[in-house]
Design a protein around this ligand. Structure first.
Ligand code: PEP
Ligand code: MG
Length: 539
């Protein structure tokens, strides 16, 4: 069977198809006759949940380090807590109800109890106790967790995937994404590029393909289900060819990003979290040009604390060992929704209450993040940039808040390093104001994903408009040109961190415009380096 869709990232993947089931648990209260058997059901599920947590702990320890892994240990201990266990088993025994319901009620009760405590650490456990209860309920209901219960890597097939879901998936078990909805410019598509796995959207699949063997052709945008031997053989060959191309690109490691006539440009990588840093180093990027810090918020059930953020930022800068790391402050809103922000429904969220607008209206959230970043700056080379800027006034207000944060750190004797401050140029208003804005900041980073959306008035999330979303539109290219010229005039260096930066059809144009830096998905670094080294600007 062959199904056509649209490619968001090339490559070939072969493996078992796994339909992603959203983890929205519906817990019904039912009566059970054999309460002792129900208690055993609960105990077995709790053991299984602990095994999952132990495996997650080991994995996190390897990938993100001790401090981030610790939470899985805490969760295991919470499942062993006698008060918690007694609450569940007593409810089953005295009320004759099912384990799922007893867990849900216990989770809610304990969560309320923790939330009411004075101690911040205990308060933060409110979300954890709900989390562990949901985990055991998932085991009882046989629901796949967002961590993917599979032992082997799979091709994940889903209706749609929100950034908050993709961020929680176990990346080592993903061969490819295939979705029915979603758009080429969505953050899920960006994640596929970061992970260097083929991804398709717009595939009209049926549920019964779950568990079947599939092939994703990320070049043609096709999904094959139970293909014949000939097709399998064809794609085996294609995979080999791809491997060979990747091997050739590997030879560019350690080489400078310099054109034939000697023009050099900086090549950095975009990341969403600590787990992406190894691929930045493997692909030989000279730094991180965009750390989408909002993914720390998306991964969490409550506001990440200053300490949690500090640990994440410090791990990244220390691992980058002196190389530049540009952290973009919280860009929540639009498609990146987080429940605990309690953002009201908006008819037009991409033009709504998001990013710097939230930070300026809720300075406590903003300052917590800035303090964490400044403290981490002591351990390496950090720059900060601010998203969705439209005016000089905003930048002045940001500078005041930054000064307040620095003063607080000084007052507490906390050290921090020299931090360059920049802004993202991703609204037409910012482009028109670049002359004035350049005098206020050290650098500009052009976010072409949003800049294209706002310049062309095309919702980047709407797949119906994919054919109109033309990032090569002269209006977008002129906006980039103007940003570079005005940036340089005002003494700011200028980079591009949107997806267009990795478009090798434009590499020469960007070099001719005088762009100073390109920041691209780690998987695109070497391909862009090859394109730079192919250019001769003297011709
Ligand atoms: C952009 O808009 O180009 C950008 C880099 O930011 P994001 O894709 O995270 O909105
Ligand atoms: Mg953006």
């Amino acid at each position: 069977m062959k199904m056509d869709g649209k490619s968001v990232f090339g490559g070939v993947a072969m493996g078992r198809l796994s339909i992603y089931k959203k983890n929205d648990q519906v817990v019904k209260r039912t009566r059970v006759s054999d309460t002792e058997a129900e208690v055993r059901r609960y105990e077995n599920a709790s053991e299984k949940a602990k095994e999952q947590l132990a495996a997650l702990y080991d994995k996190a320890l390897k990938e993100v380090g001790e401090s981030s892994a610790a939470i899985f240990e805490v969760h295991q201990m919470m499942l062993d807590d006698l008060d918690y266990q007694e609450s569940v088993t007593n409810m089953i025994r005295t009320q004759g109800i099912n384990a799922e319901y007893a867990l849900a009620v216990t989770g809610d009760n304990f969560s309320e109890m923790f939330a009411a405590m004075d101690d911040d650490y205990m308060k933060a456990r409110a979300a954890d106790v709900k989390d562990i209860s949901n985990r055991v309920i998932s085991v009882l209901q046989g629901i796949q967790n967002t961590e993917l219960d599979s032992e082997e890597p799979v091709i994940l097939v889903a209706e749609d995937l929100a950034p908050s879901e993709t961020v929680q998936l176990d990346k080592s078990l993903l061969l490819s994404f295939v979705t029915r909805f979603g758009s080429t410019n969505s953050h899920t598509a960006i994640l596929a590029r970061t992970m260097n796995i083929p991804a398709l959207i717009g595939v009209d699949f049926s549920e019964d393909i779950d568990g079947h063997f599939g092939i994703v052709d990320g070049f043609e945008g096709t999904l094959y289900v139970d293909p014949d031997e000939e097709t399998i053989e064809k794609y085996r060959k294609k995979q080999e060819e791809e491997k060979e191309k990747a091997r050739l690109l590997q030879e560019l490691k350690g080489m400078p990003n310099v054109t034939k006539d000697g023009r050099e440009i900086k090549l950095y990588a975009n990341i969403g979290g600590v787990g992406d840093v190894p691929s930045v180093l493997q692909n030989d990027a000279a730094g991180i040009g965009l750390f989408r810090s909002e993914f720390l918020y998306l991964e969490s059930d409550t506001f990440p604390t200053e300490e949690e953020q500090f640990n994440a930022y410090r791990t990244v800068v220390q691992t980058m060992a002196g190389k530049k790391v540009i952290i973009r402050t919280l860009d929540i809103g639009a498609d990146k929704q987080v429940d605990y922000f309690n953002l009201a429904h908006e008819d037009n969220p991409a033009m709504g209450y998001r990013a710097i607008r939230i930070c300026l209206e809720q300075p406590d959230i903003f300052k917590t993040q800035l303090r964490a970043i400044y403290r981490a700056s002591y351990y390496g080379n950090i720059s900060i940039m601010f998203p969705m800027i439209i005016s000089v006034d905003e930048v002045k207000r940001i500078q005041e808040i930054v000064d307040e944060v620095k003063k607080e750190l000084d007052d507490h004797g906390l050290a921090y390093g020299d931090v360059e401050l920049g802004i993202m140029i991703e609204t037409p208003a910012a482009v028109w104001m670049t002359e004035e804005l350049a005098k206020e900041v050290d650098f500009f980073s052009i976010g072409t994903n949003d800049l294209t959306q706002y310049t062309l008035a095309i919702d980047r999330q709407n797949p119906r408009l994919d054919s109109f979303y033309d990032a090569h539109h002269p209006a977008v290219l002129r906006a980039i040109q103007m940003t570079v010229e005005n940036g340089h005039k005002g003494g700011a260096w200028v980079g591009i961190c949107g997806e267009l930066g990795a478009d090798t059809a434009l590499t020469e144009n960007f070099l001719r415009m005088g762009v100073d830096e390109l920041s691209v998905s780690p998987s695109r670094i070497l391909a862009v380096r090859a394109a730079i080294r192919d250019c001769d600007l003297s011709k």
